[in-house]
Design a binder for this molecule. Sequence first.
Ligand code: UN1
Length: 507
Amino acid sequence: MTKTVDVSQETAAILDKLGVARSAWTGGDMASFSPVSGEEIARLKTVSAAETATAIEAAHAAFKEWRLVPAPKRGELIRLLGEELRAAKEDLGRLVSIEAGKITSEGLGEVQEMIDICDFAVGLSRQLYGLTIATERPGHRMMETWHPLGVVGIISAFNFPVAVWSWNAALAIVCGNPVVWKPSEKTPLTALASQAIFERALARFGAAPKNLSQVLIGDRTIGEALVDHPKVALVSATGSTRMGKEVGPRLAKRFARSILELGGNNAGIVCPSADLDMALRAIAFGAMGTAGQRCTTLRRLFVHESVYDELVPRLKKAYASVSVGNPLETSALVGPLVDKLAFDGMQKALAAAKAEGGNVSGGERVAEAGKETAYYVKPAIVEMPKQAGPVLEETFAPILYVMKYSDFDAVLEDHNAVGAGLSSSIFTLNMQESERFLAADGSDCGIANVNIGTSGAEIGGAFGGEKETGGGRESGSDAWRAYMRRATNTVNYSKALPLAQGVTFDI
Ligand code: UN1
């Protein structure tokens, strides 16, 4: 017997414990639901477009002060945020499970990702390096300096409701910028909780300007207001390619910066020499983990004909036996889909795959006792005769399309023949194949892996992808540069005024 969790009660207890005021999530105009039980768990107050503009002005006032605080001192605030997140890990992780439906270890893993980026950003706060550049003029020095950019707008999706905020917020704040966050309408409570945790760090930090971090609860009009406001210097938006197609041009129109992290249609290639045991585990986590609701989820699998008949039956067995269930009450590996829309989208894609000659296993709804409005499904594995129809699109659900290949060059072509370009994997022990996959004419994605799956990236690398994935990079490496403006400075310490390129202009 497993214990029955009262989702609403537990939500309330966690929010109280994390210090989120009840007035923020009771009696409001926007209902929020838990995909675990399908029940309403809160009613949040939304803000208007006018209130959004006021919030942005307030953030801009904070920017004027915060940009003058030395970067290592700004890092101290993020160090404290990391400490507060460590203390709140269990509660926030649990709330992620309640609100996004993630299994326990993935809910906790998401908070760990927040802690990791805080650690990274603290180190970064002493490493916002600019180059010193050789100048062609005697008695001159040329260098670049990196300055804070301005208000950073963050639009995040339901599937990583808090980590994506932290990638952006930790970097933006260390780089001298306030943040204004519009979380997904499906996951507003984890946003309020993250803000409460941030405010605890802020209280310990002491002298910081007000409104360094704000959360705006509301629908797409809030996102639009962020995108269009002249005092928002950068919008980092995570979500569908459709959303990015609207956000990108609107920002470009006013020459604002964007970091777009949009859809993925990630593939793996299993080569003849692959370690099949390892590949099996990596594929299972990549394709079924988070119920297929990561932007990095493995969606297409190309298996060499020489290992197809060995690997694919084993994969199908893993699919048939994977545990699907309530992430709060069981140790199931696959939790619910976020809502009915996601379920309908999955069924539509499976029907389309059948019409293209696909052989579907799984995909049916799994009944959870007494939870008619929750959508649990068996992950689906679909053998496809070729890459066509729904295989070319991202469906945000656990569907893995499997295709047989014989020629390496041809499979690379197929691998790259989709709109998105986020993540990719090859399973091989042959270095010619693995190096080719990582070469200029190999995978065209922002993330290309060897012998690990497509999902579960560490924060130390730059995260993002090409083509319809939007081209933005967040998180590690030098992604911080997007949150700062670069000035090239040339200083003349001589008594002459030589002009560059040998130009003379004697008056
Ligand atoms: C996302 O799904 O939007 O690499 C982000 C991963 C995670 C982040 C996913 N670290 O799967």
